[in-house]
Design a protein around this ligand. Structure first.
Ligand code: NAD
Length: 258
């Protein structure tokens, strides 16, 4: 088997915050498979962290700020991308946010503004990124977005993020339909609870992880590294006819009834 299945490919990675980020685990797999990567970071606060991490990859990497809630920043980012490459092949959407109180208070108390923010950053951003990236995917491409089981089942405290993830999965299907003729695939990975910065913002995350550890058929540890292989599969030729899907990578927890 080719040990560099992504040689010659250019990938955009959205969502590295630190070394625990799911985006970082998948980016490492893409890099090891031979892809050249371009990263965003969300604002100056995260710049140093992300810069230090990606320096592991040597010269063959670029990064720039991009807050996905800003049309202006998206445009500036993609204008800059076009100065680095004339083609993009892969895109990882590993970005989500909901105001903290929405992940602790009863769902029924969600304000209009907090609902808007959560769905703008966590759901609409996939559409916005696809709008910018698809025209650069001139030889076809693959878009991967991170989702969670709270999209279809009630997981206490996940609340408005469940609504956002349901929207994300649905958006992935519509994008897959429309971009298929350009040979651009769009899929979601539904990750089991993984110990990251974003996860720690969810009230009771520790018990979510404990329950999955206890009930999943496979020994789920809650580590981002568990997602890397599927992240690679979904952008490699091995999945060339897979699109619009949600793949569960959760140790099998999703199949359990109790
Ligand atoms: P993380 O905190 O490492 O990553 C979240 C990223 O979203 C950060 O890099 C942050 O900068 C970025 N982000 C938030 N708001 C942004 C904005 N306005 N503009 C640009 N970037 C923004 O946490 P993670 O767990 O690696 O999360 C990555 C993805 O995986 C998210 O979509 C999350 O919902 C999903 N996910 C996580 C888990 C889990 O248990 N950790 C499970 C399933 C799905």
């Amino acid at each position: 088997m080719n040990d560099k299945p992504l040689a010659g490919k250019v990938g955009l990675v959205f969502g590295v915050a630190n070394k625990r980020s799911i985006a970082w685990a998948i980016a490492k797999a893409w890099h090891e498979a031979g892809a050249t990567l371009i990263f965003n970071y969300q604002g100056e606060r995260l710049k140093e962290n992300v810069e230090e991490l990606v320096s592991e990859f040597g010269e063959d990497v670029a990064l720039a700020p991009c807050d996905v809630s800003s049309d202006e920043e998206l445009k500036t980012f993609f204008d800059w991308v076009k100065t680095k490459t004339d083609r993009v092949d892969l895109l990882l959407h590993s970005v989500a946010f909901a105001p903290k109180e929405t992940l602790a208070e009863p769902f029924q108390n969600t304000s209009r503004e907090n609902f808007r923010v959560a769905l703008d950053i966590s759901t609409y951003s996939l559409v916005a990124l696809a709008q910018h990236a698809a025209p650069l995917m001139t030889q076809g491409g693959s878009i991967v977005a991170m989702t969670y089981h709270g999209s279809t089942k009630v997981l206490p405290n996940y609340n408005v993020m469940g609504v956002a993830k349901a929207g994300l999965e649905c958006a992935a299907r519509y994008l897959a339909y429309e971009l298929g003729p350009q040979n651009i695939r769009v899929n979601c990975i539904s990750a089991g609870p993984t110990n990251t910065l974003a996860a720690r913002g969810i009230k009771g995350f520790g018990s979510m992880l404990d329950i999955v550890k206890e009930k999943a058929p496979l020994p789920w540890k809650g580590e981002a590294a568990a997602l890397a292989g599927t992240g690679l599969y979904l952008v490699s030729d091995a999945s060339q006819f897979v699109t619009g899907q949600v793949l569960y990578v959760d140790g099998g927890y999703e199949i359990m009834g109790m």
